[in-house]
Design a binder for this molecule. Sequence first.
Ligand code: CU
Length: 163
Amino acid sequence: MKLLFILLLLFQSFSTQAEVAKNVLVEQSFARAAIQQQRNSAAYMNVTNIGGKASIVYAKSPVAKIVELHTHINDRGIMRMRKINQIELPNQKMVQLKPGGLHIMMLGLNRDLKSGDFVAVTLGFDDGSEKLLQVPVQNTMKKMKKSMKAYKKDGSLPKLITH
Ligand SMILES: [Cu+2]
């Protein structure tokens, strides 16, 4: 708790006019490992907004040519990804970016993302402030299987299309 407080103080001193970035806490971030022919990946995280209403309006990373905000929609039993303009961050709520849901899409990777690496990802907010993250790379196949199992409970198993 004490460490968190010190970290918050440190962070606040770094971001002078960055209002939204200052009020947003990012936890449990991870990026999907991508090697060899895989030129795309995605980053996931829990984003808690302790300020007023805000939204993520863009993301960027030096490892990808294009970074987009994506969600998944259930199109007649098939999960498809869709680009969105913003990820809303309601006041005092945690928004989960996770496999099969909202995510930061990284297209056109310029290097392999191996488990154990860190990827720099910057979140841009609607007030113009930015938050730089160091996101650990993980092999997410286990997590994907887990979320696929969750669908089985109601008897349907949609195909999960990711890239
Ligand atoms: Cu996507």
